[in-house]
Design a protein around this ligand. Structure first.
Ligand SMILES: NC(=O)c1ccc[n+]([C@@H]2O[C@H](COP(=O)([O-])OP(=O)(O)OC[C@H]3O[C@@H](n4cnc5c(N)ncnc54)[C@H](OP(=O)(O)O)[C@@H]3O)[C@@H](O)[C@H]2O)c1
Length: 242
């Protein structure tokens, strides 16, 4: 069994990859998951070349059976889960009047339903870790759009507001078991997800993936008595702006 182990979803690029790297550097054995196997393998090779211990498990988080299989693979490989990073997500812009149902459903399924299902499947291992050392950690990547709904991103904003509510509720249920739950609410982060807005907001003016990973390092160091329900990461000058 690993000494400490973490599962990171959406770990093949951007925020998830930066968090996976930080956790690996902090000594965690990792399961890193994403949808596209080739992209995932390339990211995991990068991490392994840096000396980190990583298992790659492709999974489409929109499918319940693949979520369950992912958590089971993590359990079989590492035998424990101290940290769960629920990070896989998709953002599809568009006005409500024209938004197709399949785009709404995809965002609901990946951004919200999968977070719920992954947490549910992981609870037994998280409780074991919480009982052992009093501080199992769940980070759910929401968005600043989940705090202040954004026009043209209505479906996305709604899913991310759901993640904030789910995180609060999970804390209420699981806090007594030594499981801390934190929602991350970033504005624009320089990842492939923000390529579409690069001509208006240059990538160097965006929050960097490593900034978000620093949030995880901080949460690893706080005491079991210190609960951090959410962290907002915003850019200079406007608390509500993406
Ligand atoms: N970038 C931002 O400005 C920003 C701001 C606030 C919140 N966020 C949130 O941060 C999280 C990470 O996003 P990012 O910016 O790092 O974007 P990214 O670089 O595009 O990464 C998204 C990750 O999610 C995975 N993913 C997408 N759909 C999936 C599915 N159906 N099943 C499994 N994995 C799937 C992707 O894998 P594949 O490529 O294989 O699909 C990839 O690993 C998301 O939840 C996003 O909503 C981002």
């Amino acid at each position: 069994m690993a000494e400490r182990a973490a599962l990171v979803t959406g770990g093949s690029s951007g925020i998830g990859l930066a968090i996976a790297r930080a956790l690996g550097q902090e000594g965690y054995s990792l399961t890193v998951s994403a949808r596209r196997p080739e992209k995932l393998e390339a990211a995991v090779k990068e991490l392994r070349d840096e000396g980190l211990e990583v298992e790659a498990v492709p999974a489409n988080m929109a499918k319940e059976e693949e979520v369950a299989a992912l958590v089971a693979r993590h359990r079989d490989r590492w035998g424990r889960m101290d940290v769960l990073i629920n990070n896989a997500g998709v953002g599809i812009g568009g006005e409500i009047a024209e938004h197709e149902t399949k785009k709404l459903d995809m965002q609901l399924n990946v951004n919200l339903r999968a977070v719920y299902l992954t947490l549910r499947e992981s609870i037994p291992m998280l409780k074991e870790a919480g009982a052992e050392h009093g501080k199992a950690l769940v980070v759910n990547t929401a968005s600043i759009a989940g705090k202040h709904g954004q026009g043209w991103l209505a479906a996305y904003s709604a899913t991310k507001a759901g993640v904030v509510g789910l995180s609060q509720a999970a804390h209420g249920e699981l806090g007594k078991d030594g499981i801390q739950v934190t929602a991350f609410c970033p504005a624009f982060v320089a990842t492939p997800m923000t390529d579409w807005v690069e001509d208006q907001v240059p990538k160097e003016d965006m929050i960097q993936p490593d900034d978000i990973a620093e949030g995880v390092r901080f949460l690893l160091r706080t005491s079991p008595a210190c609960i951090v329900p959410e962290i907002q990461f915003v850019r200079p000058g406007d608390l509500m702006r993406a």
